[in-house]
Design a protein around this ligand. Structure first.
Ligand code: SAJ
Length: 417
């Protein structure tokens, strides 16, 4: 089987590498020549555990090649970004998906499968992608098989989840679902569940919305508990002892290219009905301001306070800063005139000045942990405390190992004390 993947980012690259590892010939297409060159040298441009080894292996074997232009193939996989539009409800910007579809159509032959893996608003396949394919002269379900198969892998565990997760294969017709299922059968060991395209679109969106709403509940509970002087982290631990309760973890906000983006696609399609989803988004979006107001209280009275910020990515052990609440927090702090010295062992940035841990904490009045990287969980807080002007650590992720040493530890559970 030959596969042509459009987009070699966090989803397109691991997916291409897996197909190639399991015997397909894969050509991966990206817009950026530097990405294409790097991959063809067997190197990767993103951080994901195990991915570098697989890409090196499949490039050396000759099963995977990156290119700037598509080629004829049996199956085309579209894995390009779907950001929010800049409109009232932050609707789904389908333009990259539609452009990628148009770009592959001249290479498509009868019998081929076109799969959209990008997360898309409900009804996008039926109302937008199908008409494009039909306009090129094909009959969908007879000579071209059109499928939405949403990616559902967790960054940090992508390779394992690509193989073991269940896959939803939503065909525009039943024949499309059959054809799509055969493609993933090459390496997926989870269940391959066939459905229609609009059910697949909405299921994917609700998976992330479920998580976003639950995190909002935990974040709201944090604010309530602080007013009532109750330790929210203890409450969550207790409540989760119940066999049917699973309160999520509060944090500095919800980031990433999925949870902070996808729920709006539903809201934009049915704003009157999508009340709770919209409210949950608002609660999560409010968390950076909440963190900042607490930080300001902790350093009140200090002249020219310096904040050492640890972690800028949207979650631990990734290098991805998209929609990261940490970036919002740093922006707000700086706009309010507070000095921020930023450290993140997972990020290299030309646009953003990053310091070593020691440099960042030197003479700082607060160490603000915004990301749960493994490096932070077991760091020597006594050594860091010695360098600080005021040895206080505010752990918004409740991840740093505490001790009875020189550092004073604050988290969402004891903010009120
Ligand atoms: N977060 C919390 N509290 C929690 C859990 C997460 O504040 O209890 C925050 C994280 O720190 C992060 C954000 O939420 O800022 C999102 O992180 P995540 O680990 O929940 O999810 P993502 O965005 O890395 O990946 C999600 C996954 N979806 C679900 O778990 C339902 C993944 O399976 C999807 O493939 C991915 O979205 C996607 O691409 O849609």
């Amino acid at each position: 089987m030959k596969i042509c993947t459009m987009g070699l980012g966090y989803i397109g690259l691991p997916t291409s590498a897996m197909f190639a590892k399991y015997g397909a010939t894969v050509v991966g297409v990206d817009l950026f020549p530097e990405v294409v060159n790097k991959l063809n040298n067997g190197e990767i441009h993103i951080e994901e555990p195990g991915l570098g080894e697989v890409v090196k292996e499949v490039v050396e074997k000759g099963n995977f090649r990156a290119s700037l232009t598509p080629e004829e193939a049996d199956a085309f996989i579209i894995a390009v970004p779907t950001p929010n539009n800049d409109d009232m409800y932050k609707s789904c910007d389908l333009s990259y998906v539609l452009k990628a579809t148009e770009t592959v159509l001249p290479f498509v032959k009868k019998g081929n499968v076109i799969i959209v893996e990008s997360t898309i608003a409900p009804r996008s396949m039926d109302d937008h992608v199908k008409p494009l394919v039909e306009a090129a002269g094909f009959t969908v379900g007879e000579d071209i098989f059109l499928v939405h198969c949403p990616e559902r892998v967790l960054p940090g565990q992508i390779l394992h989840e690509l193989i073991h997760n269940n896959r939803i294969v939503g065909g525009v017709t039943e024949a499309c679902s059959e054809a799509g299922a055969k493609v993933y059968g090459l390496f997926v060991e989870g269940e391959i569940i066939k459905t229609d395209a609009k059910t697949a679109e909405m299921s994917k969106l609700m998976e992330n919305t479920f998580r976003d709403v639950n995190i909002a509940l935990a974040n709201e509970l944090t604010k309530i508990c602080n007013v009532l002087e109750i330790n929210v982290l203890d409450v969550i631990q207790m409540a989760n002892k119940h066999p049917r309760v699973n309160l999520h973890s509060p944090g500095p906000g919800v980031g990433g290219h999925c949870l902070a983006v996808d729920p709006y696609f539903i809201v934009a399609k049915a704003p009157e009905q999508a009340q709770m989803i919209n409210l949950a988004r608002g609660i999560n979006v409010s968390m950076p301001e909440y963190v900042v107001s607490n930080v300001k209280e902790m350093v009140s009275g200090v002249e020219n306070p310096k904040i050492a910020v640890f972690g800028v990515t949207y979650k631990g052990n990734v290098d991805d800063m998209r929609e990261s609440p940490a970036m919002d927090i740093i922006d707000i702090l700086r706009n309010e005139g507070l000095e921020c010295a930023v450290h993140d062992p997972h990020v290299e940035s030309d646009t953003f000045k990053l310091l070593s841990a020691d440099e960042a904490v030197t003479d700082a009045h607060l160490l603000l942990v915004l990301t749960d990287h493994d490096e932070f969980k077991t760091m020597n807080t006594d050594e860091l405390a010695e360098k600080m002007a005021k040895p206080v650590l505010f752990d918004t992720r409740n991840c740093v190992k505490t001790n009875e040493g020189k550092m004073q530890f604050v988290n969402f559970g004891n903010l009120y004390t």
